[in-house]
Design a protein around this ligand. Sequence first.
Ligand code: 4NP
Length: 152
Amino acid sequence: MKTKVLMVCLGNICRSPLAEGILESKVDPRQVLVDSAGTAGYHLGKSPDRRSIAVARKYGIAIEHQECRKFTDRDLDDFDFIYAMDRDNYRNILALAKSEAHRGKVKLLLQEVDLGIQEVPDPYYGGDDGFEHVFHMINTACETIANRLNQE
Ligand code: 4NP
C-alpha cells in the first residue's frame, strides 16, 4: 500500500501545489502518493498560479498539470499525513476531524524543520520574490519528509 500525503493551503493554487510537486520530486511514486487541496473553493478546477508554476519550473519541477480542488472530510480518512501550510488551514482541517486518528494525521508543514517560523506565508498578494521564498521553505520541509518516507 502506498503512503498517501496531502498538502493543504487556502486556495490550492500557490503554496500546496508547490508542496505537492516538490515532495513528489523527492519520493518513489511506486511507494508514495502526493496530492494537494485548498480549504477554500475559490479556484476549483484551475491550474496553479503562474508564479508558482514559474518558480517550480526554475527548479525543474512541473506543476502546471495540477487542478485545484477543495479539501473534504473524506481526505481525513484517505490520507496518512496531512500537512497544513498555516495555522488557519490547520484549524480548518481539524474542524472536520472526527477522531483522534484523524487529528493525529494533521501537522503544520514547518513543524518538520527548524526554520524559526511555523507558517508558510501566503504569497498570493505579494511579488515574485515571495514565491521564491516559500519554494525554499517548502523544499526544506519536504526534504525531511522525503528522507523519512524513503526509509520506510
Ligand atoms: P494559496 O494562496 O492558499 O497558497 O493557494 C492563495 C490563493 C488564492 C487566494 C488566497 C490565497 N485568494 O484569496 O483567492
